[in-house]
Structure formats: structure tokens, C-alpha cells
Design a protein around this ligand. Structure first.
Ligand code: PMP
Length: 362
């Protein structure tokens, strides 16, 4: 069969080794004669899996003891609500939402149900390219309780590579499309959250890294399954978790360790994206509209100079064995997501196709 590579933004490609392990263990996990998806989340075997997964996560990201790791339901979107609900003392409290793109803006819109977020646009455009102001220029409020931002906008393909350093406010980051793509200085953050269907496995799980001093009883009514303190007190198992997503995440963390950890995976991610950006920039047929310093290395949108060829590009790319290249509808064009599981071979195949297509239809 023609080898197929999946560039989908999420649910996204999994490493072949992980998929194979899921298949092999599906009927007989842990030599128990039953499947991991049919045993109790409270069984000692599943608890052991969880304990290890959390420890692997801590090892990979070098998470300090002063932080708790929570596994939640509801995708990153549930966190758009959970964050203001858990943190705010009253709805009049000042909170800053940095607008870098689609997801950051959507987080702010959801927060409006609970407070009056100050939405701070930091995206500009120069010579046709979008850029993000340096953090020192962000017009954050002096007295805000927290600042929410999204370091990598999955849809727009724009990224913030500086790490915020605010000692007087809680920094909350939606790291859905970058967590585990490279090392991160956890100490700079109050809450980091990431939905799993990109670099952590399959959908249904959202991981949270939260500073322990923030695990307080909320000031308002919060549904128990979104209450960080209840989740922490119950080992993230206040109700029955999405055990299959937790299981796949546990395999992903093990796989990442066998790949050499986050420094090594980051090196590969940089290499893959540099190759693709170079192919786009040198083509005269494709273009990307993000300034060099803010280009995402995880999600790479690109456009055809002649957008009438879009449908043909997608049709032929699928025949060539390249899946999931259609850009998000709000941006249009194409998008290649190069998460950890995407191999260099896959990126090279995409570049080969792009070249052949441009030669054919130039
Ligand atoms: N934030 C970001 C940065 C995302 O990429 C996504 C999903 N693509 C979300 C939030 C929403 O995640 P979910 O659909 O799991 O709620």
C-alpha cells in the first residue's frame, strides 16, 4: 500500500509504534487476559498505569514538586470555562486575555460568561506578514489576576516563542498544540493546559499542570468535574475517566522517552519545519503569511498563489498518500501539522509532492 502520512491538526497522527502496541495489547493488556479499556479505573493495574504516566510526564517536562498534574475531561474548551470559574474571586475582577489568534480569542469569548475579560490584541501586520509584538510591549493591566495566552495558534500557525515572566499575576497558557514538542520552563506558569489529540495521544483527555497554591476551594459554584481542588483530591478520578485516552497518553509518554526526550524531539521538530518552510519560501508557487520570528513549527499553513488550484491540490495530495492538508475554514488554503509523530520521511514526501504539483500546474 502507498505509505500514507497524516498531517491533520487533531485528532492527529500517532507514532506507528504506539498504534502497534495498542493493537497488540487490545485483547490482552498486562497479561490479564482482558483489555485495558474494559477494566476498572480503580483497579490496582490501572492506578499503576496512571501513576507511571504522571511520573513520565513529570520526568519529560521536568515539572517541579510545587506543581500538580491533573487529567481532565472536556477538551481544552472545557478549560476556557474552568479557568475563570476556579480562579476568580468575583466577576468584576480584572483578567487579561492576549489575542494571538483563533483559539486565544475563543478562550476570551468563553470567559465572558464569568467576567469581563480585557482582550488585548498583540497581532500586527507588516509587508503582508502577521507578527506578534514582543511580550514587553503587551499592554497588560497592572492589577489583573491572571493573563491568558496561547503560545501556538493551531489554526493561524502563529507562535509566541518568548516565555512570559510576570511575577505579579498568574500566567495561564493554552499549550494544546505545543506541549511535549520541546522543553518548557514550567516555573513561569500558574496553569498550563493541553488537549491530548495532538502530541499526547487521542481526544477525550486534557492535561493540566497547575501550581499547587492555586488548588483552593473556588469562590463560586463550579461543577465538580471542573473543580481543580476536587480533581486533585481525587487523583483526577472524581468520576470515571476516559480510560482509553489516559492509556494512549501513557504510551505516548513512554514513546517520547525512547525517542530521547523533549530536547531531542524539539531538534527534530525544528528540522522538519525548517525543511517545509524552506520549500514554501523558495517555490514562487506557495506562500506562508507569518513573519519569520512567529512562524509555528507545529502547524504550518500555506497557500497556493493560484487559489483556484486548491481543490485539485487536495485531491492529488490524497492520491499521493498525504492526508489532512486542508486548511481550517477560517484561514483557508492548506495546513501541514508536524507534531512529534510526523517523521522526516513524511515531510520530505510532502515537499516532493508540492514540487511535482507546482511543476505540473505552474
Ligand atoms: N486550543 C487550541 C490551541 C487548540 O488547538 C484546540 C483544538 N484544536 C483547542 C483549544 C480546543 O480543543 P478541544 O476541541 O479539545 O476542546
Amino acid at each position: 500500500m502507498n505509505k500514507v502520512f497524516n498531517f491533520s491538526a487533531g485528532p492527529a497522527m500517532l507514532p506507528k509504534q504506539v498504534l502497534r502496541q495498542v493493537k497488540e495489547e487490545l485483547y490482552n493488556w498486562n497479561n490479564m487476559g482482558i483489555s485495558v479499556i474494559e477494566i476498572s479505573h480503580r483497579s490496582k493495574e490501572f492506578l499503576q498505569l496512571m501513576q507511571e504516566a504522571k511520573q513520565d510526564m513529570r520526568d519529560l517536562l521536568d515539572i517541579p514538586e510545587t506543581y500538580e498534574v491533573l487529567f481532565c475531561h472536556g477538551g481544552a474548551r472545557a478549560q476556557f470555562s474552568a479557568i475563570p470559574m476556579n480562579l476568580l474571586k468575583k466577576s468584576s475582577e480584572r483578567v487579561d486575555y492576549i489575542k494571538t489568534g483563533y483559539w486565544a480569542y475563543n478562550a476570551a469569548i468563553e470567559a465572558k460568561k464569568y467576567c469581563d475579560p480585557r482582550i488585548i490584541n498583540v497581532v500586527g501586520k507588516k509587508n503582508g506578514l502577521y507578527n506578534i509584538q514582543p511580550i514587553s510591549k503587551w499592554d497588560v493591566s497592572e492589577n489583573s489576576l491572571y493573563i491568558h495566552y496561547c503560545p501556538n495558534e493551531t489554526i493561524d500557525g502563529i507562535a509566541v516563542y518568548e516565555t512570559p515572566n510576570f511575577s505579579d499575576k498568574i500566567v495561564v497558557a493554552d499549550c494544546s498544540s505545543t506541549l511535549f514538542s520541546g522543553p518548557l520552563n514550567i516555573n513561569r506558569f500558574g496553569i498550563i493546559y493541553a488537549t491530548a489529540q495532538k502530541n499526547i495521544g487521542i481526544s477525550g483527555l486534557t492535561v493540566i499542570i497547575i501550581r499547587k497554591d492555586l488548588l483552593k476551594e473556588p469562590y463560586r459554584v463550579v461543577p465538580s468535574i471542573l473543580n481543580y481542588k476536587i480533581l486533585a483530591d481525587n487523583f483526577s478520578m472524581f468520576n470515571t475517566p476516559v480510560t482509553v485516552s489516559w492509556y494512549v497518553a501513557s504510551l505516548m509518554f513512554k514513546w517520547l522517552k525512547t525517542q530521547g526526550g523533549l530536547k531531542e524531539i524539539n531538534k527534530r521538530n525544528q528540522e522538519k519545519s525548517a525543511l517545509l518552510y524552506n520549500a514554501i519560501d523558495s517555490s514562487n508557487f506557495y506562500y506562508n503569511n507569518i513573519s519569520l520570528s512567529n512562524r509555528s513549527y507545529m502547524n504550518i499553513p500555506f497557500f497556493l498563489e493560484n487559489n483556484k488550484l486548491n481543490d485539485l491540490f487536495l485531491k492529488e495530495s490524497i492520491s499521493f498518500g498525504l492526508h489532512g492538508l486542508k486548511g481550517h475554514k477560517v484561514v483557508g488554503g492548506m495546513r501541514a501539522s508536524l507534531y512529534n509523530a510526523m517523521t522526516l520521511e513524511g515531510v520530505k514526501k510532502l515537499i516532493r509532492f508540492m514540487k511535482l504539483f507546482s511543476e505540473k500546474y505552474r
